[in-house]
Design a protein around this ligand. Structure first.
Ligand code: FAD
Ligand code: UDP
Length: 410
């Protein structure tokens, strides 16, 4: 049958039981669950010309499957999430490997025992590895901040090396800030790993959807009762009503086609944009992607190379490693990070988590708390740094809650 695409202007709003804004993992999982388990009708509104949010992939001119909004590798320890997604796709058992380009020498990231030998030479590394094991234990993960906090000369030598050669320049490029300035949870995503395991993730379930992410979304949204309106921006079609005229006035209703919508509204876009940035824009980092295609089998030794001490771009990804696609050509993608200044031209990829920005976000969130049927969900609407698996888990939780509420209301 395929996804049922409709024109928003022709949608009869009273026909729908729920409205979902955004077709990424957050919106798509809730839409499918709500439609399938309740036999309900769901209207999905998506401002882009395609579904799948930032996980969107497509074939480029050379016939290579590429990710258009950053490299996406699925990994999780949640059996529930993995099982759920298996309903819509098979998986290629891909395990992601990342190398840091250290002045032309490749070194595994996360920095581990093998990286240590490359950085310090085998003999010295053997001694330093002993020291790390004595202090933290074998096969343990230690954040760069924990390592730097150690009061020991040899551990400080390792910490200084990793800080200067893995974190400092990459973080400055990615965030426009030093590792000290970014939230500790950000650098903690890539700890020092006292191990020979060169994989980027150690999660139990890892892989890539056999036919790509877009196909996964097409399967998920191909369900009677789900209608998808592309090229439709909620900020243009939602008519917001407030309790009064004050700046902090709370939301009292959302009207679509002139009618207050009473069913659940699941909103996965940026919250500040919904309120036309009345308290100022929430800060994000954006990205620019530069693609290059070569008449070669492979250009890189693994899926991603991080440029931790040189170059203006942060990392380069070669998709064929991720997707296991066979071709005489290959496409790589360089990532350049930049500030997010223009909501029309740019995409808000990363929330910049810190106390001030979180408080700024909370002020927006408060405006929505008065409207019981409004549910912000996802990386943008919650202003968080979530991986795909976490979003799928949260979307399943929200769907359970909404379905229970709908059952109780009957
Ligand atoms: P999104 O995928 O961003 O979907 C939101 C959707 O809402 C978009 O389609 C958007 O167009 C739409 N929208 C926004 N505003 C409006 C509006 N006003 N009206 C209508 N529609 C609107 N996670 C992993 O697990 N593994 C990875 O390897 C990984 N790599 C990543 C690499 C990069 C560069 C980035 C930025 C993220 C990465 N992630 C990764 C995280 C992953 O992208 C997110 O967890 C996931 O996309 C979040 O899903 P979402 O539905 O919340 O948001
Ligand atoms: N990081 C770094 N050097 C690296 C890898 C990561 O400094 O080689 C830091 C950087 O601040 C980055 C953060 O760790 O933003 C999280 O890295 P991750 O690979 O998880 O970022 P994502 O894939 O989400 O962009």
């Amino acid at each position: 049958m395929g996804v049922n695409y409709i024109n928003y202007n022709e949608a009869v709003i009273s026909d729908y039981d729920a409205v979902v804004v955004g077709s990424g993992f957050a919106g798509s999982v809730v839409a499918r669950e709500y439609a399938e388990r309740l036999g309900a009708r769901v209207l999905m509104i998506e401002k882009r010309a395609h579904i799948a949010g930032n996980a969107y992939d497509e074939y480029d001119e050379a016939g290579i499957l590429v990710h258009r909004y950053g490299p996406h590798i699925f990994h999780t320890n949640s059996q529930r999430v993995f099982r759920y997604l298996r309903k819509y796709t098979g998986w290629i058992a891909y395990q992601h490997h990342v190398l840091a380009d250290w002045y032309g020498t490749y070194m595994p990231v996360p920095f581990n025992k093998n990286s240590m030998e490359i950085a310090f030479g085998e003999e010295k590394a053997a001694h330093l590895i002993e020291k790390l094991i004595e202090t933290f234990g074998d096969e343990r993960k230690v954040t760069i901040n924990e390592l730097r906090a150690q009061d020991d000369e040899e551990l400080s030598e390792i910490a200084d090396f990793v800080y200067k050669n893995v974190f400092l320049y990459y973080t400055q490029k990615q965030w426009g800030q030093t590792p000290e300035e970014v939230d500790p949870s950000v650098t903690a995503r890539v700890p020092v790993f006292i191990s020979r395991d060169d994989r980027y993730f150690q999660d139990e379930y890892q892989g890539m959807p056999v036919y790509g992410y877009t196909k996964l979304f097409e399967e998920m949204l191909d369900y009677e009762g789900i209608d998808v309106a592309l090229n439709t921006d909620a900020t243009s079609v939602f008519d917001l009503e407030f309790e009064d005229d004050s700046e902090d006035a709370k939301l009292s209703a959302i009207k679509l086609h002139g009618q207050a919508f009473e069913g659940p509204i699941i909103y996965t876009g940026p919250l500040d944009e919904l309120f036309l940035s009345r308290f100022g824009r929430l800060p994000y980092r954006s990205l620019n992607f530069v693609y290059e295609t070569y008449d070669e089998q492979y250009k890189l030794p693994c899926g991603t190379v991080n440029y931790t001490v040189t170059e203006d771009y942060t990392r380069v990804t070669e998709f064929k490693h991720l997707t296991c696609q066979k071709s005489d050509k290959t496409t790589i993608m360089k990532e350049y990070s930049c500030s997010y200044d223009d909501p029309i031209e740019q995409i808000p990829y990363y929330a910049i988590i810190n106390d001030e920005n979180n408080a700024h976000y909370e002020r927006y969130l408060k405006l929505t708390e008065s409207l019981d049927n409004f549910h912000p969900l996802g990386r943008l609407a919650e202003y968080r740094y979530y991986n795909m698996d976490v979003i799928v888990g949260l979307a399943l939780d929200l769907a359970d809650k909404l379905i229970k509420q709908a059952g109780e209301a009957k």
